[in-house]
Design a protein around this ligand. Structure first.
Ligand code: ADP
Ligand code: MG
Length: 326
């Protein structure tokens, strides 16, 4: 079942002086299925926050429509919007946005109280806190928690109301690397268990790849491709996506191969010169001279700059962009 439908969505900002118009969203169309986890990725300025703000009914589109669970956001009257947001949406932001003067319990209880859903208040709040592994923290205040714990509270607060959809805006970027990784798994596990539809804006490719059913790649106010992580990587539809997702080695304007599909072979038919070599932990990333678009190779051992090496490429792994004229 489709829960979120976005049709011909446009947003044009007029800057304060009125002389400049920014087309932040040009013609955005997509659907999200109930319970799906969808990441929105794109470079800075590509329109991610604008899109999220429109989904959150925090701003109005210049054109097009958004339907959430059958309800057209454009039909909401001004005074209905706050209630709509409170009852149907959860928010998790980068800066946590907890209420500093409220205990953890009260932070999580807030949305339930606002909707007068207090019959099982204690039970609901404690169950949400248990889900995010914060049992026993009910009486603490936000400043008495680590960043990771605060983010868990924010997440508990968003999901306790059983929203139609949770909107995440770079929720993990303020956390350190290890914590970020464990939170990825945890968020994914919890929204899957509870079948909560999730829209997750992130810069982080690994985050998007590892968590999502689908990724929407934005480019300059438009969707460059909406697809599964596997399809984005293995079958990018255009140059932008091919370069944006993963590393790419270009053989021609339309043909590309991923670094892991190259192999070092003394009798290989390609000879190239090492331009740089970086240790990445699990392997060395080797930069090879190739006109103005160097190639990248993964190697188990260190290579010397200016060394000539021979390569084989797995012809079956060449990715061809179709319908691209460049
Ligand atoms: P992202 O979140 O992907 O970095 P944004 O949605 O914030 O991108 O911005 C998209 C484009 O719209 C950018 O060019 C940005 O400068 C512009 N923009 C965003 N908000 C405003 C605003 N309030 N007024 C004018 N331009 C804006
Ligand atoms: Mg943004």
């Amino acid at each position: 079942m489709v829960i979120l439908e976005v049709e011909h969505l446009k947003k044009t900002y007029t800057t304060r002086l009125g002389s400049n118009r920014v087309e932040a969203l040009r013609d955005v169309n997509f659907n999200v299925e109930q319970g799906e986890f969808v990441a929105i990725m794109g470079e800075s300025g590509s329109g991610k926050t604008t899109l999220l703000n429109l989904l959150a009914a925090l701003d109005k589109p210049t054109g097009g429509q958004i339907r959430l669970n059958g309800k057209n956001l454009g039909d909401l009257k001004e005074k209905e919007i706050a209630a709509f947001r409170r009852e149907n949406l959860g928010f998790v932001f980068q800066d946590f946005a907890l209420w500093p003067h409220m205990s953890v319990f009260e932070n999580v209880a807030f949305g339930l109280r606002a909707q007068h859903k207090t019959q099982n208040l204690s039970e609901d709040v404690l169950s949400a806190l248990k889900t995010v592994q914060l049992e026993g923290y009910e009486q603490r205040y936000p400043h008495e928690l680590s960043g990771g714990q605060q983010q868990r509270v924010a997440f508990a607060r968003a999901m306790v109301i059983n929203p139609d959809c949770i909107l995440f805006d770079e929720p993990l970027s303020a956390l350190d690397a290890l914590l970020r990784e464990s939170m990825r798994f945890e968020i994914r596990r919890i929204v899957s268990e509870r079948k909560i539809t999730s829209i997750f804006v992130t810069h982080d490719q690994l985050e998007a790849m590892s968590m999502s059913d689908e990724i929407i790649v934005m480019n300059d106010g438009e969707i460059a491709q909406q697809d599964t992580p596997e399809n984005l990587y293995n079958h990018p539809q255009n140059h932008f996506v091919a370069n944006f997702i993963g590393k790419s080695n270009w053989l021609s304007n339309t043909d590309m191969i991923r670094p892991e599909k190259l192999s070092i072979d003394a009798r290989g038919r390609l000879e190239m010169k090492v331009a740089a070599c970086q240790f990445m932990g699990s392997s060395y990333e080797v930069l090879l001279e190739h006109g103005d678009q160097p190639w990248i190779l993964l190697s188990d051992y260190k290579m010397n700059i200016n060394e000539m090496i021979r390569l084989n490429l797995n012809e079956n792994a060449i990715i061809q962009l179709r319908g691209e004229e460049q």
